[in-house]
Design a protein. Structure first.
Length: 164
């Protein structure tokens, strides 16, 4: 993969030592200033290597294979991130953190280095005016034949000229 996505609040993480493949959701607690893929800058905070400790929604991945209880079962996971690896090191956020990428991995004191992986980076595409302006009418008409793309584009351009 040539392009890697930035990890944002809401990303799904998984641990390779989870008995049942359970996931948990990342909560960015290290900063409140930098957003990605969020036109209103209110939901998708960028995650960094400073997001350590108990920074997950439930702070658990279910039962942990690294913690047998002696009776054939396992103790529950208490997910605590102590360190991140494979960050994007060309940018430093205002909290002095390096941006996490979809191939970044986290260390847990029980599971060891790189036992927690990013399953989904948390970004979602949001269509805006620019996307509509750049859309090819032929393709758009096949996807949504009920909308006259040419008229829609013209109305967007008119509203832009009125706003100027």
């Amino acid at each position: 993969m040539s392009e890697k996505h930035i990890v944002v609040q809401g990303a799904t993480l998984k641990c390779k030592f989870s008995v049942e493949p359970k996931t948990d959701i990342l909560k960015v607690k290290s900063q409140q200033k930098h957003y990605a893929n969020d036109k209103d800058a209110e939901k998708k905070l960028i995650a960094s290597d400073k997001d350590i400790g108990q920074t997950l929604e439930k702070n658990t991945f279910g039962k942990c294979k690294m913690q047998p209880n002696g009776s054939g079962d396992y103790l529950p996971c208490k997910a605590t991130i102590t360190k991140w690896s494979a960050m994007y090191d060309k940018v430093t956020l205002s909290n002095k953190g390096k941006i996490l990428l979809e191939d970044s991995k986290a260390t847990c004191p029980v599971g060891g280095p790189d036992c927690i992986e990013v399953e989904k980076h948390g970004q979602k595409a949001e269509a805006g005016k620019q996307n509509a302006k750049r859309a090819k009418p032929q393709v758009n008409n096949q996807i949504n034949p009920l909308v006259n793309t040419t008229e829609f584009k013209e109305s967007l351009e008119e509203s832009d000229s009125i706003c100027k």
